[in-house]
Design a protein around this ligand. Structure first.
Ligand code: PGA
Length: 250
């Protein structure tokens, strides 16, 4: 049985004071981590402060990292630095990184491998643009993203990867994928994992949906057989809204 997971992606939001107020507001009210994994992926500058104050039922993740350990990469943050903050997860290949900052599938692959090598669990984002959906090539686009991003990841290590299916046209737009469409793509992703690895691995792989998820639609989405939780931007910024989302996974 796959444990559900609700991940906040705060993106470039929240000052330190706002972030601490948020976690004080939710810490006591989270369901047990035996039942659902609750994660906040915060801006890098806040990570250490949040890890220090995470309660028993909360884990913290980063939103990005570079794949090298150190060197002349101005402005980047390395997996070694993330390790020192105590985070457990890192989002890799978010569509905003791909489209606004030019990240290729090959770069995403290097980041996935590096995260794993440093004991960080990658939350690997894949998803199609509106043009790709209208062309009817969604599944092949996602398949290619997965194949390249997971190139060289062993069957043992892939069990620490979480996949987030995020249709690009649904992110931050208020347009959610129909739960049946989201289910269909998550099912395809599981099938791809089965073909790239094996049936047991595919069965155990956690696959999240992301893209305008909110308390009003989360329950239906996470009740789909192949959707194991959410990666949520806008609706994760308010503590009550995020708590409701987490509770939809219970
Ligand atoms: P959204 O963002 O929930 O604001 O659509 C999701 C994401 O980008 O991970």
């Amino acid at each position: 049985m796959r444990k559900p997971m609700m991940v906040a992606n705060w993106k470039m939001n929240k000052t330190r004071d706002e972030a601490l107020a948020f976690i004080y507001a939710i810490n006591e009210n989270l369901p047990s981590c035996d039942v659902v994994d609750t994660v906040i992926c915060a801006p890098a500058i806040l990570l250490r402060d949040l890890v220090k104050r995470q309660g028993d039922n909360l884990r913290i993740g980063a939103q990005n990292m570079y794949y090298e350990e150190f060197g002349a990469f101005t402005g980047e943050i390395s997996p070694v630095m993330l390790q020192t903050t105590g985070v457990e997860y890192v989002i890799v290949g978010h569509s905003e990184r791909r489209s606004l900052f030019g990240e290729s599938d090959e770069l995403v692959n290097k980041k996935v491998l590096s995260a794993i090598n440093h004991g960080l669990k990658p939350i690997l984002c894949v998803g199609e643009t509106l043009d790709q959906r209208e062309l009817g090539i969604t599944s092949s686009v996602i398949r290619k993203q997965l194949e390249i991003a997971l190139n060289g990841v062993s069957v043992k290590d892939v069990s620490n990867v979480i996949i987030a299916y995020e249709p690009v046209w649904a992110i931050g737009t208020g347009k959610t994928a129909a739960s049946s469409d989201a289910e269909e793509e998550c099912k395809n992703i599981r099938q791809a994992i089965k073909e790239l690895y094996n049936a047991v691995t595919a069965d155990e792989m956690r696959i999240l949906y992301g893209g305008s998820m909110k308390p009003a639609n989360a329950k239906e989405l996470v009740s789909m057989p192949n959707i194991d939780g959410g990666l949520v931007g806008g609706a994760s910024l308010d503590p009550n809204s995020f708590l409701e989302l987490v509770k939809c996974c219970e």
